[in-house]
Ligand binder design. Structure first.
Ligand code: ZN
Length: 324
């Protein structure tokens, strides 16, 4: 626990260094160069309509964040992908209609991580839905870029939704004792998690679950701990088609597919995160089903192939455009 908390402190420092500083430095330039995107992407998994939603993007300085790389490896991997090591990172969420219910997976950053994130509500509305229509929010993990958007000014952003959190994740982040024992520098991560969940907890609208639980028709929880204590991926299955929503099993596509032994400073337990990544990716290679990553370039849906000691990312081709 002590080590975990120490690690968190380092993570927060690196997170602020890597996200906040470049954002302000680049803000003027990027608003001129980059035009806004619509922020939603329609798909279908079997009989289930699914919309990938964007919470926005934010620059990430991967040269400061990634761990275990050999000297020169990162520069070379990013160059092969025509990128510098500072990448505009996506934050994706998902909306699925099943059994007449609207189920959101992850809630974006809300007001917690600056103005280029926090776009999820806008994306939901642009996709033709309203936050009050959402019946359930399933959380991959309680980091601020996944739960900050649950709450605004102390109020529920999704007033008619029940929030589902893995028991191991809830036990770690929502514990008063863990918050109390955390060093000053790591308290904000616990506070973000607890404040985001608070209005739902007060209303008795938080449910916990375990890996393997079937939460809705076609949606099953898949425990994938490592990035956090109770990190959860979700299996979406319908009519012979399958998509696994990975959550944060990967952050830097350009580096971590080729070298899955590279971890990120946000991982609570980098070794466990690496093992879990390999386990889930190996199954996706074998099963040839679709996967989706929270921080893969929006919409971040595709297949994984084996490639030497690592993997190859093959983005899906869902290019049908229907004009209104
Ligand atoms: Zn994340």
């Amino acid at each position: 626990m002590k080590n975990k908390v120490k690690f968190l402190f380092k993570s927060i420092f690196l997170f602020l260094l890597a996200t906040t500083l470049p954002r302000f430095a680049d803000a003027q330039e990027s608003t001129i160069k980059i035009l806004p995107q619509p922020g939603y992407y329609n798909m279908q998994i079997g009989d289930l309509p699914l919309v990938v939603l964007s919470d926005g993007t934010n620059p990430l300085a991967f040269d400061k964040l990634l761990l275990n790389a050999q000297p020169g490896e990162l520069k070379s991997l990013f160059e092969q992908n025509f990128l510098s090591t500072s990448v505009e990172g996506s934050d994706n969420a998902y909306l699925i209609r099943t059994d007449g219910k609207l189920v959101l997976i992850d809630a974006g950053s809300g007001d917690l991580l600056g103005p280029t994130f926090g776009q999820l509500t806008k994306s939901i509305i642009n996709a033709g839905f309203k936050p009050e229509q959402i019946d359930a929010v399933l959380i991959t993990h309680l980091h601020p870029d996944h739960v900050g958007g649950l709450m605004r000014n102390g109020q529920m952003v999704f007033p008619n939704a029940t929030v589902y959190i893995a028991k191991a994740e809830s036990d770690f982040w929502l514990s008063e004792e863990n918050l109390k024992n955390a060093p000053v520098g790591s308290k904000p991560f616990f506070e973000y998690a607890q404040n985001s969940a608070l209005p739902y907890l007060k209303a008795g609208k938080v449910k916990t679950f375990n890996s393997g639980d079937k939460l809705f028709s076609g949606i099953t929880a898949l425990g994938s701990a490592g990035h956090t204590a109770g990190h959860t991926s979700y299996i979406i299955e319908s009519n012979g088609q399958k998509l696994v929503i990975l959550g944060d099993l990967i952050h830097a596509a350009a580096a971590q597919f080729t070298d899955p032994g590279i971890a990120i400073a946000f991982d609570s337990d980098p070794n466990a995160a690496i093992k879990t990544r390999r386990r889930v990716f190996d199954d996706a290679v074998k099963g040839k089903y679709l996967v989706a990553g929270s921080h893969l370039s929006f919409p971040g849906v595709g297949h994984i192939r084996a490639n030497g000691k690592g993997y190859l990312w093959v983005p899906a081709n869902y290019s049908t455009i229907v004009s209104k």
